[in-house]
Design a protein around this ligand. Structure first.
Ligand code: HEC
Length: 152
């Protein structure tokens, strides 16, 4: 009997610990979200924005080819610092495809969304090898993250 009670106690305790961990993790995420939201309201005009914390994870799909911060070197793709609302192909020291340089596109929210959904259909023969992000919500979240991270 004693043994059974002991076992039950251990089980109850581990559940409790587990739940605490979960709560802590959630709290951390909430704080991170809040910090992002503060930056957003400071820096970006009021467009419907997704969840940058989720966007950070989605950015793993881009990270091999792009850096985001001021002064970081280009990778396979251009460094994206301050790209938002600028003309496609604006970095003088990156060799873009003619298709992208001559597209006449400005990276506002709408074009960026179309680009991420399907780069080849927006600008045929561009040289970004990426199939596209199908889900609207994913793109919203990724864009929220990109807008924040490429401002500094
Ligand atoms: C395999 C490498 C690769 C991946 C993965 C990739 N890109 Fe690119 N990206 C490029 C290249 C190369 C270009 C330049 C294309 C051209 O010149 O035609 C580019 C161009 C861009 C541009 C236009 C920049 C400018 O200066 O006009 C944006 C914005 C962009 N990528 C965002 C993303 C995002 C966001 C992701 C992740 C979803 C991503 N890319 C994934 C290689 C990549």
């Amino acid at each position: 009997m004693k043994e059974i009670i002991q076992k039950m106690l251990i089980i109850a305790l581990s559940f409790h610990l587990f739940a605490c961990d979960g709560a802590k993790e959630e709290e951390k995420l909430e704080q991170e979200s809040e910090a992002y939201a503060n930056q957003l309201s400071l820096n970006v005009d009021s467009i419907a924005l997704g969840d940058p914390v989720r966007g950070k994870k989605l950015y793993l799909q881009c990270r091999a080819c792009h850096s985001l911060k001021k002064g970081e070197p280009h990778k396979i793709g251009p460094n994206l610092y301050s790209f938002y609302n600028r003309s496609a192909g604006f970095k003088d020291d990156f060799k873009y495809s003619d298709a992208l340089s001559n597209s006449g596109i400005v990276w506002d929210y709408q074009y960026l969304d179309l680009w991420l959904e399907n780069p080849q259909s927006l600008i045929p023969e561009n040289k970004m090898v990426y199939v596209g992000m199908r889900k609207k919500r994913d793109r919203e979240d990724l864009i929220a993250y990109l807008l924040i991270e490429t401002q500094q």
